[in-house]
Design a binder for this molecule. Sequence first.
Ligand code: NAD
Length: 504
Amino acid sequence: MQLTLNPVKPNVEATRKFLSSKDKKMLLNNEWVDAQKGGVIETHDPASGSLLAIIPQGTQADVDAAVASAKTTFEQGTWRNMLPAERAKILWRIGELIDANIDELAELETLDQGKPLGVARWAEIPGAAEQFRYFAGMCSKLESKVIPSSIGYQPPGKRVHSYTLSEPVGVVAAITPWNSPLILTAMKLAPALCVGCSVVLKPAEDTSLTALRLGELCIEAGLPAGALNIVTGYGQVVGQALAEHNDVAKISFTGSTQTGRKILDAAKGNLKRVTLELGGKSPMIVLDDADLELAIPGVANAAFFNGGQVCVAGTRLYVQEGIADKLYAGIAEYAKGLTLGHGLDPATQMGPLVNPLQAAKVYDYIQSGLADGAKLLTGGGLGGPHSTFVEPTILTQCHNNMKVVREEVFGPVLSSMTFKTSDEALALANDTDYGLAASVWTQSLSHAHRFASDIEAGTVWINSHLMFDPSLPIGGYKQSGWGRESGMDAVLNYVETKTVCAVL
Ligand code: NAD
C-alpha cells in the first residue's frame, strides 16, 4: 500500500512544551525521578517513526521504591483516612484538570498511540475525566451493612450487633495496555483511589506519555505523596516485578489474555487479588430484519474504530443470508471511504497501528485468513512510512475454525460469514474462548433480548456497538477476564469486606 503522510505539527503550545524536553521522568512519592539504573526507552510517533520522547526504563529497584512509597502512604493513612468528601474533591479536581488540559492530552495521545485526534479529543480523554468525576461521587457512598444475625449462643441478656466494613485492599498495581492509554488508566485509578488505596501504575512501554502528564495533574489536584506512583518500563521487568511483589495486595490488569495468565502465575506468591480485563473476539449478528441504515455504519465502525485496536471491537460478523449482499456492499463502501493518515491530520479517519511489529502481526493474520480460504472483500494492504498502516480489511466466506476468526487480531480486520437461522448464529457467536462483548442487529424485540440473554459475553449491545459510560460495568466472560470495571462493580475490585460481630 502506498501512503504519504501530510506534514503535521501539534497545534497546542502545551503539547509542544511537554515534548520539547525529550527526557521524561517517572513519579515516586510526588517527585519526578530517573530509573535507578539509568536505563531509558525511546518512544516514537507510530505514524512517522519519529522520536517523541525518552522514558525511564524501570527495574526491580524502582518497583521496590514505588511500592514502598505506596505502602507508607497507605499505612500512614494520608490518603485512605482523608475524609471521603475531601478525597472526592481531589478526584473531581483531577477530572476537571483533565478537561482543562484536554487539547494537550488529546494531541499527546494521538502522537504517542497514533489514533485520530477526534477519537482522543471527543471520546477517550473526556471519558477519562468522566471516570474521575463518577468515582469522585462514590467516595462518600461506600456504605456498609448492619446485618441481623441469628447467633444464639451469646451470654444471657446480651445482644449481638453485626455489621460489615468496606476497607481499601492496600497497595494496588495497575498495569495498562497501549490501545487507549489514558481512559484505561482512569478506569483503574479512579475507583482504586476512590476507596483509599495507594497505587503504583505501570503504563504500556509504547504509550506512557499521557500517564506521565496525568501524574502531573494529580499532584496539581492535591493528591498526597505516595497515593500514586508511576513506574515506566517493560512488562516483563516492571510488570512482572509488580505482579510478584509481596507488598502489592492487588493487581488490576488490562491487556492480552496471554499476559493475563503470566500475571496470575506471578501473583500466586502472596495470593494477590487479581482483576483481569483481557482480550476479545466480539461477534456481531445481523439478522435479515436489521435496519441497514444503523447496521452498515455501526458494524463497520465497530470493526475499524481506532484501527481495530479496541478490546471490544466487533471482529466476527455473522450475517443472515437474505441481507448479506446489501450489508457487504455497504460496509465495503464504508471501509474503502476511510481516509488513512497521521492522527493529527484533520482529514484522517483511521491512523496507524501502534508499532511496526503489531502491523506486521495483523498483516500475517490477513494472510493466514486468505490461505485458509477466506475471500478479500476489501483492504489487505500494509504500508506507510514506518510500515504501521494496515488498510481496513473485510474477509468474507470465513469459517469458525480459521485462525483469523479464533484469535484476537487487534487491528482493522473484520472476518465474516453468513448463517441461515438464529440458532445457528447463536452457536457460531458463542463458539469462542473469549466473552468480552457482542452486538445483535434486528428490529425484533424478541430476537434482540433472546440473543442478549443467550450470548456469553460481559456486554451485549442491541443495534449498536461500542457504547460506554462510567456507570456501565464492563468486563469479560470466559477467557476475556475476571471482574468488571466502571460502575459500582469497579469499586468492589478494590475493597475487602470486614465483618464485625459485637456482643453488647
Ligand atoms: P499486553 O498484554 O502485551 O500488555 C499489557 C500491559 O502488560 C503492558 O503494560 C505490558 O508492558 C504489560 N506486561 C507485559 N508482559 C507482562 C508481564 N509478564 N507481567 C506483567 N505485565 C506485563 O497487551 P497490549 O498488547 O499492550 O494490549 C492489547 C491487549 O489488551 C489486547 O489483547 C486487548 O484486547 C487487551 N485489552 C483489554 C481491554 C479490556 O477491557 N478487556 C481493554 C483494552 C485492551
